[in-house]
Design a binder for this molecule. Structure first.
Ligand code: SF4
Length: 447
């Protein structure tokens, strides 16, 4: 039985790492002669790449699956991929009978085999190989672990996580840390350069864990040193998701010395009260964070910092929340993201129940965001009056407006630049910033 016109449609939810996985699946589908179609109802195969990070993300994934099942056309096959499918395979099959196949995050490269089986037999209810003994990721076709978005891109350097943060389901879903080989990462980066990409964002659950599974000391710094000279046309190399305690002197030196490696520190801290951090099973040495920040700011005066916090964790008291507020005021990050805590199935924190009422969690989130809003506005003002390279991500030629980012902002999570101007052939231009809000900058193109 053939799949209708060998066409597919992918709907991707969740984080950048998931988007990279969608891109890997697209490469595999293309290799098998499948063609991407924009409208799901025209596709023979619909893949929903799900997220199961928190309750809301799970709900969104389930709603998306239901809506694709409701509009499923005759002969169409629905495949569920991503974190939700890794975690809740049996439940998906029981609760959502329109699903034809499930592929776990660790079995991504089995997509070809699943497609063959669907093509041969038309059989429903295919599971990818082994969900129980989570296997190592293998990459038979040497697919690129990349995602290109205009002149920007993500490159995945590792997957899974060997840590055990009490609130986090990722190690259960993704398995333990598996670093890619330097040669694979470099090959992907060279490919991105050949595609005209100007920004590479290196991603993993924790980029600073790269190489710990080999084990290789300073593996990330070594990789960067090997990589940077080979990709001179890539102007911005950014590290996303570092772990407290793991930002090495070698890494700081590289950020200070190498123009290509952006002085952008993205370090999710989750909290600032040592007692909460201990119960989160996270590094609780807050003095280390203060020390790191002052060392880095001394050495790299233009350092930009981003972090995330979880509010409403079960052991968070009024006192711990006050400590968190004081910390946010003291450190003055450029970018802060805040999540409200939700208990995740099978995590160590699940037994702590969920004593902080949702309303209070949301109040606390709003309070942190209000504190940060003032800081961000002050920080944004410092960029006004100066000139920067801007990566163009969108434009309106009629009104002569370009939108994009300067290096201060990471894609999707940080702010934008809106400028008067026209797109360039390589999507890079020079702008002068004339005004700022807390998150976005405004200006004009300089010829
Ligand atoms: S470092 Fe902690 S929060 Fe991050 S993926 Fe690993 S277990 Fe989860």
């Amino acid at each position: 039985m053939s799949i209708r016109h060998k066409t597919y449609h992918i709907h991707s939810l969740g984080c950048a790492k998931n988007l990279v996985d969608s891109s890997v699946m697209q490469q595999m589908l293309a290799e098998k002669g499948y063609r991407n179609v924009e409208k799901a109802r025209r596709a023979g195969i619909v893949i929903i790449n799900t997220c199961a990070f928190i309750h809301d993300a799970r709900q969104e994934s389930i709603e998306a699956i239901k809506s694709f099942i409701n509009t499923k056309t005759a002969g169409q096959k629905i495949i569920i991929a991503g974190c939700l499918s890794q975690r809740y395979q049996e439940k998906i099959f029981t609760d959502l009978p329109g699903v034809d196949a499930i592929i776990g995050t660790r079995d991504l490269y089995d997509l070809g085999r699943i497609l063959e089986r669907l093509e041969e037999t038309g059989h429903s209810r295919q599971l990818s190989s082994d969900f129980i003994n989570i296997p190592k990721l293998v990459n038979p076709g040497e697919f690129h672990n990349t995602l290109i978005q205009g002149a920007s891109s993500y490159l995945k350097i590792a997957d899974g996580c060997h840590r055990n943060c009490a609130f986090c389901a990722i190690p259960n879903i993704k398995g333990t840390l598996v670093s890619r080989k330097n040669s694979q990462v470099i090959r992907d980066a060279l490919y991105l350069q050949s595609q005209g990409v100007k920004e590479i964002n290196l991603i993993a659950q924790d980029v600073t864990a790269f190489g710990l599974d080999r084990p290789e000391p300073n593996a990330l710094a070594n990789l960067l040193k090997e990589l940077m000279p080979q990709i001179p046309d890539v102007k911005w190399l950014r590290l996303l998701y570092t772990y407290p305690g793991m930002v090495s002197k070698e890494l700081i030196d590289l950020m200070a010395e190498e123009n290509q490696l952006l002085p952008y520190l993205d370090m999710p801290l989750q909290h600032a009260d040592p007692a909460v951090l201990r119960s989160m099973n996270r590094p609780s040495d807050i003095a280390w964070v203060h020390d790191l920040m002052s060392r880095m700011r001394r050495k790299i005066p233009n350092l930009v910092t981003r972090t995330t916090f979880i509010v409403g964790y079960p052991t968070e008291t009024e006192g711990s929340f006050e400590e968190l507020k004081a910390f946010v005021k003291k450190i003055r990050f450029d970018h802060v993201g805040v999540f409200t805590y939700s208990p995740e199935l099978g995590t160590p924190a699940e037994v702590l129940a969920d004593p902080v009422p949702q309303e209070l969690k949301e109040e606390r989130m709003a309070e942190i965001m209000a504190i940060q809003e003032e800081i961000a506005l002050e920080k944004s003002q410092a960029w006004v009056g100066k000139e920067y390279d801007m990566l163009i991500e969108g434009f309106d030629t009629n009104n002569q407006i370009i939108a994009g980012r300067i290096w201060r902002d990471a894609p999707e999570v940080d702010g934008l630049v809106i400028a008067e101007g026209l797109p360039t052939s390589d999507m890079l231009t020079r702008v002068k910033i004339s005004s700022a809000t807390a998150h976005d900058l405004f200006g004009y193109q300089i010829k």
